[in-house]
Design a protein around this ligand. Sequence first.
Ligand code: NDP
Length: 498
Amino acid sequence: MTVAEVGEIEPHRLLVGHEWVDSLSTETFSSIDPYTGKSWAEIPACGPEDVERAVGAARLAFDDGPWGKMTGADRGRLIRRLAVLVDENAEELAVAEVRDNGKLLREMRGQMEALPNYYEYFSGAADKIGGDVIGSSKPNFFVYQLLEPVGVVGAITSWNSPLLIAAYKLAPGLAAGCTFVLKPSEHTSVSTILFARLVEEAGFPPGVLNVVTGDGPNVGEPLVSNPGVDKIAFTGSTVTGKRVASAAASHLAKVSLELGGKSPNIVFDDADLDAATSGVIAGIFAACGQSCVAGSRLLVQRSVHDELLSRVVDRTAAITIGNPLDLETEMGPLAFQAHYDRVVSFVAAGLEDGAELIFGGKRPDHLPEGLFLEPTIFDRVENGMRIAQEEIFGPVLSVISFEDEDEAVRLANDSSHGLAAGVWTRDIQRGHRLAKAIQAGTVWLNAYRMVSHDVPFGGYKSSGYGRENGLEGLREYQQTKTVWVETEGIVRDPFKLG
Ligand code: NDP
């Protein structure tokens, strides 16, 4: 596949079972490139009937298809083949993501280069799925446990890193033996469709991966509510995550939720300020702040506030903003108009609530067109303000000062979210104390924005539940069956339990 092929030859189609089909609705919608503002691909606008068809294909593949009869080693081989194909097509997939969501090519290239690692890692786990023998206290019984796949998974992804987030779900889920119906965000469908072609090319049996495209109400909700779906693996906002959990409860589907964050990046006065400055910039201005782990609250010790802020502002002023496909660019546009309007509304909210705007806050002068916003820094933020409590998902940093360690911990935890946190200090004991005290699924000490296929990731509090990546991520796609084997041939009292 070449970049020219992506979206410019024909409208995309859906993968259902082993066939590329049109949506039953026959309608399409456009994917808008946020840099050019122009449509660059036509996507099928699916409806509930397409979801039903896709779930049926995934169900059939799970219950009756060759997939269920494959050994773990067979599944592992297919997943490894997929890893190779992803690697060979990494550049095209990266460009598709940039054109869909406007994130930097250098960021998306990095993600696509890492993507094969996810599939390779879990391909290696596929043939090592065992179980346990229980040393039961019941005499005359041999008891063991099997780890079986949960079944059909409805996977729903957000627009900010579509294929990486899909890999968090597909790689362990396929290794476990599940089948999938995958719904990408309507803003970023192309890379998922291109990826599905690679799954087909790798030789997966029909119905193991099905893709349905379209919006939340017409595709997401019917998928979550479909009783043929055994598990929902969702990445998105906390608001939608709550709706998803409640709809899945109607048929008791298992749920894992990777939701929003308002993560603190905490800098103490003994920190390496060069490293901390870089970590602060990475935390909020990388990916234009459109990152679930964005370090959107900078908690800085008062004694080092002026020094750190002057470094952060200097580096911010030097950020190159422009075309996301240009490798020199450090910040591109925001992903789509409604999101842009929402992010800009938080600049007004910060001013209204009395924070001090010390950098940015408007469209860059040299970019009169496109969804661009300057990197924006508010100082003198109180932790109760809207810009300190609500996830903005854009390049807006809220700076909050603290006096001592106790206050830093209190401020860090004074949030409904608990996804991630950064701590910058040269005092190793303090670092570990903070790591223990902070309520978040990930804490980085003297680093920020590190993720890996072999390290579990997920949220505390309203940042979600369940873990992705690492072997813990595999367990999300397995259920335990216990088997009791009577070994003595004894006839037992039928009216006595156990
Ligand atoms: P949304 O919650 O708006 O959407 C997420 C996905 O859910 C999209 O595919 C969306 O479809 C779909 N959807 C919308 N409504 C429903 C519904 N009622 N039922 C089922 N599915 C639905 O989030 P965004 O796409 O805007 O993503 C940004 C959010 O994702 C941020 O809050 C961010 O923090 C979070 N995120 C969390 C991560 C984590 O690992 N914790 C990682 C990355 C992002 P459509 O877009 O087509 O409407």
